[in-house]
Ligand binder design. Structure first.
Ligand SMILES: O=C(O)C1=C[C@@H](OP(=O)(O)O)[C@@H](O)[C@H](O)C1
Ligand SMILES: C=C(OP(=O)(O)O)C(=O)O
Length: 444
């Protein structure tokens, strides 16, 4: 019997060398399409991520009345209908694997007088949606049908006059914050979200860019209060999407652990609410220089020169989690190559991502011969000091980040590492294989 065509293996070989530009940021790409839908007129987007998650959001924007057209690689145009003038979708809105797409669009629909059914793939059907439905119900929306535990498929009936609320999300989550703000766009009053730990601020920044009246104040030690005036006239504004730090994380760690490597990662977004992995790797002794910091499309970006380095284990505080929430699987791979123990604290949210990432990381690392454990919500990795055994087949559970993380591990382990399914990588980083192979990675 032949090998499953979705399987992929990575083996150590030559060091990684060369330059790479990661794809456009996934979070900003979703928001650019959605704010394009909510503006009257044409929004031009450059550098849009053309991954499956974003294509699902583009489909939902079309179903709600926007004209969305691709004009060239990463160059897209959205002709929006404006707040209050969306169409009721005729078909179920299918978000595939994308939590962000579904949750942000639930915010949009929740704040409009229309009914839409939301669904996704087997991974998305397991993810909690009550955290989004709860504040939307407070604003006047109704969840007409729900699978057990508030998971999709969900039919949501929005309110044409959403109540202005003051909401404090129970977990640090840019998706909850964004859903409330997007619903609040059609509210006759002021919507306020207070977060005790600041999460990525792309929605706030982009709303301002499109002309909304939105203010942000610091709140406590790490939090923020965001205040949005409802019913703004959003004006289409050009969006240039910077390179995604969550995708850059893979070549960044691969070049750090593969001996002799030296690469440059071009124009990575340096928004401080997204750079927790870089901070942590530098604490571990990584050899990364940030060159040519500059502003592109309203975000600071920089080129990262990365050379292979010996790492040491560190203690990663829970307060850092929101700034690197999607990067823990690849950080755990870096920790496997370090000298000493790495403890990553406060990772309960990893259990409700595309897979239970705590369980998937522990299973994959053990498969590769690395001692690792979960204590409460903390992940502990006992580093092998540069020499990870590797070998075997890792189950990726429809999770792109688990897939890419264990392929990167295989680029530096003694024995090749295989994953059961590389197809989900297309959700966030469709050119991962070709771009990494150009640097010298060996996949088969
Ligand atoms: O708002 C966003 O674009 C995202 C927020 C994060 O999720 P949470 O809001 O659940 O933390 C992150 O994991 C996801 O990949 C993208
Ligand atoms: C958690 C992620 O995405 P989403 O929540 O959009 O599915 C991710 O990309 O790691």
């Amino acid at each position: 019997m032949g090998r499953d065509p979705n399987q992929l293996s990575a083996a150590a070989g030559a060091p990684l060398r060369g330059r790479l530009k990661p794809p456009g940021d996934k979070s900003i790409s979703h928001r650019a399409l959605i704010l394009g839908l909510l503006s009257v007129g044409e929004t031009a987007i450059e550098g849009l991520l053309e991954g499956d998650d974003i294509l699902h959001t583009a489909g939902a924007c079309r179903a709600l009345g926007a004209t969305v057209a691709r004009q060239g690689e990463g160059r897209w145009r959205v002709k929006g209908c404006g707040i209050g003038s969306l169409l009721e979708p005729r078909e179920t809105l299918d978000f595939g694997n994308s939590g962000t797409g579904m949750r942000l669009m639930m915010g949009v629909v929740g704040g409009h007088a229309l009914t839409a059914r939301f669904d996704g793939d087997a991974s998305l059907r397991k993810r909690p949606m009550r955290r989004i439905l709860d504040p939307l119900i407070l604003m006047g929306a109704e969840a007409l049908s729900e699978a057990a535990g508030g998971c999709c498929p969900v039919t949501l009936k929005g309110s044409g006059e959403p109540a202005p609320i003051h909401y404090s999300p129970p977990v640090a989550s840019a998706q909850i914050k964004s859903a409330v703000l997007l619903a609040g766009l059609n509210s006759p009053g002021r919507t306020i979200v207070t977060e005790t730990e600041a999460s990525r601020d792309h929605t706030e920044k982009m709303l301002k860019h499109f002309g909304a009246a939105i203010e942000v104040e610091p709140q406590g030690a790490h939090g923020r209060k965001i205040m949005l005036e409802g019913r703004p006239d959003l004006r289409p504004a050009p969006v240039i999407v910077p390179a995604d730090p969550s995708s850059a994380a893979f070549p960044l760690v691969a070049a750090t652990i593969a001996p002799g490597s030296e690469i440059v990662i071009e124009a990575m977004m340096m928004n401080p609410l997204r750079t927790g992995l870089l901070t942590t790797l530098l604490e571990m002794g990584a050899d990364v220089e940030v060159l040519d910091r500059r502003i592109e499309g309203g975000e600071e970006v920089g080129d990262l020169r990365v050379r292979a380095a010996a790492l040491r284990g560190v203690d990663v505080p829970a307060a850092r989690a929101p700034s690197m929430i999607d990067e823990y699987p690849i950080l755990a791979v870096a920790a496997a190559f370090a000298f000493g123990e790495t403890r990553m604290r406060g990772l309960g949210e990893l259990r409700v991502k595309e897979s239970d990432r705590l369980a998937a990381v522990v299973a994959g690392l053990r498969q590769a011969g690395v001692e690792t454990d979960i204590i409460g919500d903390d992940l502990i990795v006992n580093g092998c000091g540069g020499q990870v055994e590797g070998g075997g087949l890792v189950t990726t559970h429809l999770d792109h980040r688990i897939a890419m993380s264990f392929l990167c591990l295989g680029l530096a382990s003694r024995r090749p590492m295989s994953i059961d399914d590389a197809s989900m990588i297309a959700t966030s980083f469709p050119a991962f294989r070709t771009q990494m192979e150009r640097l010298g990675a060996r996949f088969s």
